[in-house]
Design a binder for this molecule. Structure first.
Ligand SMILES: [Zn+2]
Length: 305
């Protein structure tokens, strides 16, 4: 496994983002309708993804994809970090919470995005988590480590909470993952007494259910929103780079806890979404898409409502 980038390297890369060429770099997409649900992406910031974070990109095929996109071989490509607000009438829930202050300036915009939707953090009653990585759970904490959502119940997969609480798992993980373990444990401690652990395809609310997608982390899960014939899968971190991992689903990202399982899961959900014509979006995708088979890989096509 490659070393994780330091915060300084991330910020330095961010300073030279080729911003304007990429739809990912623009403002968050508008809200989607899924039957009676409104699903609003909340843009926390932009993450400069370097090809070295996806080792498969260090190849002729990877360099060709980067060149076609107008990127130098070392990238970076700007990738969004999203949370989502899911509403139906007066009911609402938050899915993930962005980075908070964990990765320094440039992120922590979820609270402002919620304010633009007329909501304060203390009005959020439920936060669902796709997984406990810091770019999804860091925003659950204020800069001084308190629970940002004073009245929210936190809902996540049992396996996810167990993994990040496991001293053995931490000792086996690369040392650079220490920040991720620290953040996950701080979140679980700050929300102690109001963490609900569920297993499998748990219903989170009528029409909203978890879909386990393990591999990136043991309890990584997407959320499927259904109302009648309309469906949207928010697939969490099934991919970090649409440019690289859609045509090459076997290319893992260095943060995968179990790369082989992450590949198998990505292939399985790509295949299902293609077969079912399922609309998808994610924490590191700019817009709602559909996925189609293309040669040995896949391609994303716009599924704007
Ligand atoms: Zn992520």
């Amino acid at each position: 496994m490659l070393p994780l980038p330091t915060r300084r390297a991330v910020l330095a890369a961010g300073a030279c983002l080729p911003i304007l060429r990429f739809p990912e770099a623009r403002a968050a997409a508008p809200a989607d309708r899924v039957g009676a649900f409104t699903v609003t992406p909340l843009r926390d910031g932009l993450f400069p993804l370097e090809p070295s974070m996806i080792p498969g990109a260090d190849s002729e095929a990877g360099r060709a994809l980067l060149a076609q996109a107008g990127l130098p071989p070392s990238g970076p490509s700007p990738e969004p970090v999203n949370a989502f607000l899911i509403r139906r009438g007066a009911w609402h829930g938050l899915l993930d919470a962005g980075c908070g202050t964990v990765f320094g300036p440039g992120f922590d915009r979820v609270t402002a995005a919620l304010a633009a939707e007329g909501l304060r953090p203390d009005q959020i009653e439920t936060v669902w988590l796709t997984h406990l990585h810091a770019d999804h759970a860091g925003g659950l904490l204020t800069g001084d480590g308190r629970a940002r959502f004073a009245h929210a119940e936190l809902v996540l997969q049992e396996r996810e909470a167990a993994y990040w609480s496991d001293a053995g798992a931490r000792s086996r993980a690369p040392s650079a993952m220490g920040l991720f373990f620290d953040t996950a444990q701080a979140v679980l401690a700050a929300y102690a007494g109001r963490v609900r652990r569920v297993s499998g395809t748990a219903e989170l609310a009528p029409g909203v259910s978890f879909l386990p997608l393990p591999g990136h982390t043991p309890g990584h899960a997407g959320v499927l929103i259904e109302d009648g014939p309309e469906r949207l899968l928010i697939w969490g971190d099934i991919l970090h780079s649409r440019l690289l991992q859609v045509p090459h689903p076997d290319w893992t990202v260095i943060w995968d806890a179990d790369p082989a399982e992450a590949i198998a899961t990505r292939r399985r959900i790509f295949d299902r979404a293609a077969s079912e014509g399922l609309a998808v979006t994610g924490m590191h995708l700019a817009t709602r898409c559909r996925i189609e088979r293309a040669g040995a890989g896949y391609e994303l096509v716009s599924a704007a409502p």
